[in-house]
Design a protein around this ligand. Structure first.
Ligand SMILES: Nc1ncnc2c1ncn2[C@@H]1O[C@H](COP(=O)(O)OP(=O)(O)OP(=O)(O)O)[C@@H](O)[C@H]1O
Length: 897
């Protein structure tokens, strides 16, 4: 207990997994917390100051599952191991306790085990450094983020306005911030919001982690370099953030170092800026409900490896702004699209390639096992195979050529050596042995033979002893106390205990049903087996260490090959998608264009297809005047499309599909359109149906206005702005006025390309006055008082909203629909004022009159309904079904007539 209390005191913010033999045990409050979180039994063990000590425990072999659940719930765990052999402890005295120490702190951002990680998602640990703004300048921030499971290490610097967006893009699992920052009430609130929006655990760390004066030296010493210059220039703030991350790695890994890449800084403006609300609204990587299914990512993901899926998600989260870099990615997709046999062969090989990068990381951290070595071996074999196929390609293009260069220089010999050294069936843990292939090491083969021979000799001894003692049922058995021993029934004991047999059989134990003996021969063999076994294990562990060292030494090459395979997986997956769904290559350049021909919403289209329905494609053209040059250079602005149309017609779908097409194009993917020409979008904004945020004490309207303010303050001529029904959350005239002024501001000041959906038909008058405002509407057909949605966007303005028809479709009670129609007519007649006639004509009475007029419940149903009721679809042939349909139509025609 003393030992426990001491170690716990050093790790107050973590649950302490205290190793006791084959269990990890937790005590005191930790036990209470863990038993509640894990649903395991809380017991007690011993007393502390006369009180029972609460305790619970998890078995060693299932500890990972429990760890995973605790981490997912936001806990941190300190793993405390026995760091000496119990025999060593006994030497210090009978009562001395085995030495224990914390060997690792398990936190959400530092896990590397496959079963704790999501294979298809990066696991970022990040640190945020701040430089306080002086006079005239606001605060500046730098974010450093690493994925310890793969070694990726990135840096970026930005101003306060981009803080939330930058963190939302990275989506770290764990975000380190200086504790002093959290002391400021304003930041405390912002980080709470960021944590809620991204799922990141916000971890305050001492200021010393962020000490700018020592940051450069600390970072250089982590990488074992004399100066950071070799990595390219970092700002002081970036260096500070990077140094904080590595300090935390050292703290949690207790000095063990993962193979991190040298930090790579991201130039500001290299990625399309997408703020957190836009990301969420557009459902890029997950839906508003928090699920992957239904998100853009799930729709486009056809990768076959975890690393490929992670890269795809990363690219989707940060679309590029450099047309040249985008072209390189698109070339790769096109290559795989044109050559489907290449695509299938590469994908086939990739599908068998394990996660090399994560295996490498575990090996470097001393947490690897034989299967990790095998994963690296198989990954390298896949690299050779893929390379062999790619060299046949005549014009691979830059991205594929770069991947080939990485694959061509991968440590192929090492792959061969691993394949030679490792057996086919591998144990999880190296200490179990048996993972080195027979024939790989002569000395190992010999010791194993010796061990196995001795076992055979023992087996044959049983027959010899049975003959000697004349006991048919004599058995040779083994247990940990006696080792190998001879066992006979008690009736044979007298003979065996007397001469001459007692010269061979040495009595050891008498039990109720058996008597046990040892022999000199058995003892000798036992020693041989044990020492051969020990020797074999020692040789295997030496082989393991050798191979691990070789893998770590070749780490950089292995990582490059792994990245190349991931890039190929992304390109071939996007090509497969483009092929299956007939997507096309977008043209992306520096112009101010935004012309989409026959665009579709990738996710809605897929969902409709599942129901056998087709999606109506629509054009959009938000560029400056046709043929005009870059919006930014000529001072021209993009066009604003004012989209009106009834509810449910497809306005939101249209708005979003254009934003998604821009994201897809700039991440280097093909797009769901017949053609697309996009002048690079530098910022994407979308304000689409915000929900109440009561937890933050903000109403729908407040959220909407905050987001609109961000857009009007930040969007420029290269931005793409999507605004869906601004102002609907307040009184009509207030809302209309805000929407009106917003359009004017977008047109005159922001000059962005924009799509603006609205129910305020009054706004369409703006197109007469503002040259770049264009009216568009969604076509509907009215048929016998109902609306039929055609989902087709055409020039012009909607004449009305059909809100009441949609309400009727939704099943609003007939009386309410009727009444609404009456009120609408009156309101239209009186120009918006509620006339006295409305107030006199109380709805209660109208409703009552309607009820009186409605058919009595027991009146016979009309013939069509009777016919319908008689149909049993499950029992009908297709032909009968068709006939029934005709009968129904005829009956209905008779009704009408
Ligand atoms: N182009 C299209 N082709 C086929 N179906 C479509 C299309 N656009 C939209 N839809 C269907 O219509 C439904 C409603 O679309 P959406 O939510 O975009 O309407 P809306 O006009 O924005 O409505 P509201 O004004 O009520 O928000 C979608 O869920 C989809 O099923």
């Amino acid at each position: 207990m003393e030992q426990f209390i001491e170690i716990k005191a050093a790790n107050p913010d973590s649950l302490l997994f205290f190793r006791m033999g084959d269990f990890y045990e937790m005590f005191f409050e930790d036990a209470e917390v863990a038993s509640r979180a894990l649903g395991i039994t809380l017991t007690k063990r011993g007393k502390h100051y006369g009180r029972d000590i609460p305790m619970c425990g998890v078995p060693l072999h299932t500890a990972d599952d429990y760890l995973q659940r605790l981490i997912a719930l936001g806990h941190r765990v300190a793993v405390c191991e026995q760091v000496e052999d119990p025999a060593e402890a006994r030497k210090r005295g009978a009562k001395s306790v085995v030495r224990r120490d914390v060997v690792r702190l398990v936190t959400p951002g530092t896990i590397t085990e496959d079963n704790l990680l999501d294979a298809r998602r990066s696991n970022f640990l990040s640190a945020l450094a701040r430089a306080k703004g002086g006079e005239g300048g606001g605060d500046r921030f730098a974010l450093a983020w690493i994925d310890m499971s793969t070694g990726a290490f990135r840096l970026a610097e930005f101003d306060a306005a981009a803080l939330a967006a930058s963190i939302a893009r990275v989506e770290p699992r764990e975000l380190l911030v200086p504790d002093s920052l959290l002391d400021e009430a304003d930041f405390r609130l912002r980080f709470r919001e960021i944590g809620a929006a991204t799922g990141a655990a916000i971890v305050p760390v001492p200021r010393a982690f962020f000490d700018g004066a020592t940051a450069g030296d600390r970072l250089a010493s982590f990488f074992g370099v004399a100066s950071l210059d070799a990595f390219g220039g970092f700002t002081r703030l970036e260096t500070t953030a990077a140094a904080a991350v590595v300090a935390y790695v050292d703290k949690t890994q207790l000095g063990r170092r993962p193979p991190l890449d040298p930090p790579q800084r991201e130039a500001s403006g290299a990625a399309m800026a997408i703020d957190a609300a836009t990301r969420a609204n557009l459902e890029l990587v997950r839906t508003l409900g928090g699920e992957r299914r239904g998100s853009l990512l799930a729709t486009i993901d056809r990768t076959v490896t975890g690393a490929g899926a992670r890269l795809l998600a990363e690219r989707l989260a940060s679309p590029l702004t450099d047309p040249e870099a985008i072209r390189r990615r698109l070339d790769a997709v096109e290559l795989f699209l044109r050559d489907s046999s290449l695509r299938e062969e590469v994908a086939g090989r990739l599908a068998r390639a394990p996660d090399m990068a994560r295996a490498l990381s575990r090996l470097a951290l001393g947490r690897g096992g034989p299967r990790d070595l095998a994963a690296v071996g198989a990954g390298l074999a896949a690299a050779v195979g893929v390379f062999g196929r790619l060299v046949e390609v005549e014009m691979p293009g830059d991205e594929v050529a770069a991947a080939m260069a990485a694959l061509g220089t991968a440590p192929h010999d090492l792959g061969g050596r691993l394949a030679e050294a490792l057996a086919d069936d591998l144990p999880l843990l190296k200490r179990d042995g048996g993972f080195v292939r027979a024939g790989f090491r002569a000395d190992l083969d010999e010791t194993r033979a010796l061990r196995d021979e001795s076992r055979q000799v023992i087996a044959s001894l049983q027959a010899t002893y049975a003959g000697l003692a004349e006991v048919k049922g004599l058995k040779i058995r083994h247990n940990n106390v006696l080792g190998y021993y001879v066992e006979v029934g008690p009736q044979h004991a007298p003979a065996m205990l007397s001469a001459p047999l007692n010269a061979t059989f040495i009595h050891r134990q008498t039990m109720a049903g058996a008597v046990r003996f040892s022999t000199v021969e058995l003892g000798a063999l036992e020693g041989k087996i044990a020492s051969a076994g020990e020797r074999a294990t020692a040789i295997e562990l030496a082989v393991f260490d050798d191979l691990t060292a070789a893998v770590i030494a070749a780490g950089a090459g292995i990582k490059r090959a792994a990245e190349a395979l991931a890039a190929l997986d992304v390109a071939s997956g996007l090509a497969a998608l483009a092929d299956a769904r007939r997507w096309t290559r977008p043209k992306v350049d520096d112009s101010g264009a935004f012309r989409i021909t026959a665009g579709r919403h990738p996710v809605v289209e897929e969902m409709l297809a599942e129901d056998g329905q087709s999606f109506v494609a629509n054009d959009a053209d938000l560029g400056a005047a046709p043929g005009a040059a870059a919006a930014s250079t000529t001072g021209e602005g993009g066009r604003i499309w004012l989209v009106t149309g009834p509810n449910m017609a497809g306005k939101s779908t249209f708005l979003r599909q254009n934003a998604l097409i821009a994201v897809l194009a700039q991440m280097g993917a093909f797009v769901p359109a017949a053609a697309a020409h996009i002048g690079v979008v530098d910022r994407l904004f979308s304000r689409v149906g915000a929900a109440d945020d009561l937890a933050r004490g903000r109403s729908t309207f407040m959220v909407e206005m905050i987001e609109t303010a961000a857009i009007l303050n930040q969007a420029g001529p290269r931005a793409l702005v999507i605004l869906d029904e601004i102002g609907r959350g307040t009184a009509t005239f207030d809302g209309l006025s805000i929407a009106w002024a917003t359009v004017e501001h977008l047109h005159a000041v922001n000059r962005s390309r924009a799509l603006f959906a609205t129910h305020y038909h009054e706004l369409t008058a703006l197109s007469e006055r503002l040259e770049r405002v264009v009216n568009a509407t969604v076509k509907v057909k009215e048929w016998k008082g109902d609306v039929v949605f055609l989902h087709e966007i055409v020039p012009g303005a909607a004449d009305r909203s059909y809100g009441i028809q949609v309400a009727k479709l939704a099943g609003l009670p007939a009386a309410v629909v009727e009444r609404a129609k009456a009120v609408l007519t009156e309101l239209e007649k009186s120009g918006g004022h509620a006339p006295a006639s409305l107030i006199d004509d109380l709805p209660l009475f109208t409703a009552a009159r309607r009820r009186a007029a409605a058919p009595a419940p027991d009146a016979p149903p009309p013939p069509v309904l009777a016919l319908l009721d008689g149909l049993r679809p499950d029992d009908m042939s297709p032909r009968e079904a068709l006939e029934a349909l005709y009968r129904l139509k005829a009956e209905r025609a008779r009704d009408e007539g």
